[in-house]
Design a protein around this ligand. Structure first.
Ligand SMILES: Nc1ncnc2c1ncn2[C@@H]1O[C@H](COP(=O)(O)OP(=O)(O)OP(=O)(O)O)[C@@H](O)[C@H]1O
Ligand SMILES: [Mg+2]
Length: 418
């Protein structure tokens, strides 16, 4: 061989001039930042030619039994995109033997396939293997338009570039494999979420049909004078009706929860003031019955699904009234734009949520101490958090300034910036 640099041999940097050293360092730094193989190819293609002032450079990847000339940077076209058998080209020789090849005159070296070189400008070559473990996985070709022998310094700097390329290639391939795996898992997950939602949908319909029958029958039985005359039977019937209605609501809740994760999200610019106002009209009966006072401050705009976010606000206001002060419930709704996000807080004057329950109450069917003796399914907050997270936001609970619970919704802004 004309020249050989063993991988273990340290770079004798004393022989490199300052600009070359700087260019090599920049290439090494750029390689470290590469996230895919295409990025590595791009850095090496340009850096190799630059570092040794060559007339052309190629990046060759080992692809089974072939050398794949992936890309190049040269004064005239070389072999971009072509594949040659490993045994039939200089890059293959360098990869198989894991040795750098220096050819001062291509017409005077038996390893050169003249036919492939004849149409090109190339007269001399330095081919550097990229070694990973005990294998040549790629090669960096550098070419000149006149016969010349690459100096020891040039060979060294190219081998240093190749060694950094080996690490960058390995990282890029690992990252690409990981990304493919994540994409595959995400696809699996959304498929099983879709299956689950489809199942919930069918189950809900199947379960609701007998409930409708039960409700219809109880109504008819309730009209029977004999039943109405017997208070005990009438009470039992009313209990059946209440429980059936509750079950029907729970089925609706489960259905809403499962579809909140999978159904398409129609995001639109929203004015939270008008959204809250509309929800308050919908729940005006509950507000009146509880004798609750509701104070609404200035609210920001937001981006999201109006239908879903209305249900979130309805759940939070409903909870603030249900778990607020028993005698004079007060609900405070406030908000603003903070760090580029829309923030909405709903606070009450109840006993608040104990520290130990601040995560669990967001789980499906989980209820806390505040709900003791009160009707409910434990679905509202699970649904609400899922909807908010689906928007890329967060829903959390802490203490309201004067006591009571404060629920905070934070939503990213997508549709418009300012
Ligand atoms: N404002 C609040 N103050 C104190 N505790 C609260 C408050 N809001 C919710 N909680 C607690 O969190 C639990 C879960 O609330 P969530 O809204 O999910 O269900 P729920 O109100 O029990 O039933 P539903 O699904 O019918 O709304 C409640 O049972 C209650 O213990
Ligand atoms: Mg609730």
């Amino acid at each position: 061989m004309d020249s050989l640099v063993a991988p273990e041999e340290p770079l004798r940097s004393a022989g490199l001039d300052q600009p070359t050293m700087r260019r090599l360092l920049r290439a090494v730094r750029d390689l470290a930042a590469c996230r895919d193989v295409a990025g590595v190819v791009e850095v090496v293609r340009v850096a190799a030619r630059n570092l040794v002032d060559a007339d052309g450079a190629t990046f060759v990847l080992r692809d089974g039994g072939k050398c794949h000339y992936v890309d190049e940077d040269a004064i005239e076209p070389l072999w971009r995109g072509q594949r040659f058998p490993l045994e039939a080209c200089v890059s293959g020789w360098a990869m198989i033997n894991q040795e750098q090849v220096v050819i001062p005159d291509i017409y005077d070296d038996p390893r050169v396939p003249y036919e492939a070189y004849r149409p090109t400008f190339v007269k001399s070559v330095c081919m550097t293997p990229v070694r990973s473990g005990d294998r040549g996985v790629a090669a960096i070709g550098t070419y000149w338009a006149e016969p010349r022998e690459a100096s020891v310094e040039e060979q060294e700097v190219l081998q240093a570039l190749a060694d950094s390329t080996a690490v960058a290639l390995e990282n890029a391939r690992t990252l690409e494999r990981l990304e493919a795996l994540v994409a595959e898992r995400t696809a699996d997950l959304s498929a099983s979420n879709r299956d689950l939602a489809a199942f919930a949908h069918v189950a809900a319909h199947d379960l609701k049909a007998p409930l409708t029958t039960i409700l219809g029958r109880t109504e008819i039985i309730g009209l029977d004078p004999a039943v109405r005359a017997n208070p005990e039977t009438a009470d039992s019937l009313a209990a059946v009706e209440r429980q059936t209605l509750r079950m029907s609501e729970m089925i609706d809740g489960v259905l809403a929860y499962s579809t909140a994760a999978t159904s398409e999200l129609h995001v639109e610019p929203l004015d939270l003031s008008s959204l809250v106002e509309e929800v308050l009209q919908d729940v005006s009966g509950i507000v009146e019955r509880a004798g609750a006072e509701v104070v609404v401050g200035d609210l920001p705009r937001a981006d999201g699904s109006r239908a879903l976010l209305e249900r979130v606000v309805q759940n939070l206001v409903g909870n603030a009234i249900a778990y607020g002060d028993r005698t004079s419930p007060r609900v405070t709704i406030a908000g603003g734009l903070v760090d580029g996000r829309s923030v909405l807080t709903i606070s009450d004057n109840g006993r608040g949520v104990p520290e130990a329950e601040r995560d669990t109450i967001f789980e499906m069917f989980r209820r806390g101490t505040a709900s003791t003796g009160l009707a409910g399914s434990g679905i509202g907050l699970a649904f609400s958090r899922r909807v908010v997270e689906r928007h890329g936001g967060t829903l959390e609970v802490d203490d309201a300034p004067g006591g009571g619970a404060r629920f905070t919704v934070r939503l990213p802004l997508h549709c418009s910036e300012d």
